[in-house]
Write a new protein. Structure first.
Length: 444
């Protein structure tokens, strides 16, 4: 549920309409290709995490397999990404609340949501997990109900409905050309980002190896089912040109089913989706910061924990940066906030590429030194691993061709260059080694 909560957000409930308008019914293929890539990445990550469960997950695997530069870069980029997501979701949630409660400034609601989820994360890892379970349950239940009703509707078994499966190819399955399918992959791949959270959370479970093996083996196909199945039903329920691109296509579909107050119901679900991703973002950012400090790549004080083992200073630092981003969303939305959100836009693909590269290196070493630890193996190694890496890099390159993604690529490359530049500053590397040695020899 933690993994599903980190993935299923407003990008599905609202953003899928824009993808359908760009690609047409073939958006189903875009979601399927993006989902397949995520399934392969999660399988590789599952292999490494099962053999070597550790705090920091893929950051640690990158450091061990590719070198300190890879661990440092992907760790800080991942933290930066989730800090930006926290701010974005707080703003998104506040926009919904101001529609229901008038007279209260939007920034007040953003602040309340941030404080609420910060408190949940500060209590304990169990508190975070239970909150995430219930928030994710609402989203999952909504999708399951939608898919059940939608299937009845398109088969003509719903009151007043007629058989409408043919809508998926009413004026051609790929009406906008094959290239748009690839453009669609670029747009949807970021919707799937967040499944990897499960390997970070598993490090705090009682049986991390078992938890990772179970989650990575099941969550990926569930996500693909929810995304691909939902989008397929959307283009069968309504001719794709009539699907709204600015508002929720799910609300429009529930309205066709005759569900009362459909738009309000979906707005509530979108709010819970925003809260769920905000909750996951705070947790993930703080744990990655906590893991970075183990190698002297973050201030030593972020490792301070309370009596329940929660890294409270790492949570507060991540939240503080989120507050700054929220303020910028009102003070300078088209400059500073735009930069914060878009400069981490391609991080998902950077992470996937690093995971693939790490698995290729680590698998060879494990087969030589400890083959018994390979309880969960990547399919078709090494060919599928190489194919996943190449496909990820091709999606990165394809971002240049998509107007909505081009600026994210350039700004994300700037962020990557800055972080790598910081890592290779001699004073920074020397100080990091000293802090890591002090941490390993000191208390805690």
């Amino acid at each position: 549920m933690i993994a599903l909560g980190g993935i299923i957000g407003a990008s599905l409930f609202i953003g899928s309409g824009a993808v359908i308008h760009t690609v047409g019914p073939a958006a189903v293929l875009s979601y399927a290709i993006g989902g397949l890539l995520v399934v392969l990445v999660m399988r590789m990550l599952g292999e490494m995490a099962t053999a070597h469960p550790t705090l920091g997950s893929f950051m640690e695997y990158a450091r061990e397999s590719l070198g300190g530069w890879a661990g440092f870069a992907i760790g800080w980029l991942y933290w930066y990404f989730w800090v930006g997501v926290v701010a974005f979701e707080a703003v998104a949630g506040a926009k919904i609340l101001v529609q229901w409660i008038h007279g209260v400034p939007q920034w007040v609601f953003s602040l309340i949501l941030m404080l609420l989820l910060t408190g949940t994360n500060l209590v304990s890892a169990r508190s975070f997990g239970e909150t995430e379970f219930w928030l994710a349950s609402i989203k999952v239940a909504t999708i399951v109900v939608f898919m059940a009703l939608g299937l009845l509707f398109v088969l003509g078994l719903w009151p007043g409905a007629t058989f409408s499966v043919g809508n998926i190819a009413l004026d051609g399955f790929v009406p906008n050309g094959g290239l748009t399918v690839i453009q669609g992959v670029v747009l949807v791949i970021f919707s799937y980002f967040g499944a990897e959270i499960v390997t970070i959370a598993a490090a705090e479970s009682n049986e991390p190896g078992k938890a990772v093996r179970k989650a990575t083996a099941t969550v990926a196909w569930r996500v693909v089912l929810f995304y691909v199945g939902s989008v397929a039903l959307l283009v069968m329920i309504t001719p794709w040109r009539e699907i709204p691109s600015e508002t929720s296509p799910f609300a429009a579909a529930f309205d066709r089913f005759g569900v009362p107050a459909a738009s309000t119901i979906v707005s509530v679900v979108v709010l819970t989706a925003a809260l769920s991703v905000l909750n996951s973002g705070l947790y993930t950012a703080s744990r990655m910061l906590f893991a970075l400090r183990r190698h002297g790549w973050a201030p030593r004080w972020v490792a301070d924990t309370n009596g329940r083992g929660v890294p409270w200073k790492a949570i507060l630092l991540s939240t503080a940066v989120g507050y700054v981003a929220v303020v910028m969303s009102y003070v300078a939305p088209d400059t500073i906030f735009y930069f914060i959100i878009n400069s981490a836009g391609a991080v998902a693909l950077f992470v996937y590429a690093i995971i693939a590269g790490s698995q290729l290196r680590m698998r060879g070493r494990l087969e030589r030194e400890a083959p018994e630890r390979l309880e969960l193996r990547m399919w078709g190694y090494p060919w599928l691993s190489w194919l996943t890496l190449v496909a990820t890099l091709l999606v990165v390159a394809s971002m240049v061709l998509v107007d909505d993604a081009r600026s994210q690529l350039w700004l994300s490359l700037i962020s990557l260059a800055v972080i790598l530049g910081v890592y290779f500053i001699p004073a920074v590397r020397g100080g990091a080694r000293a802090r890591a040695e002090a941490t390993s020899s000191g208390p805690g």
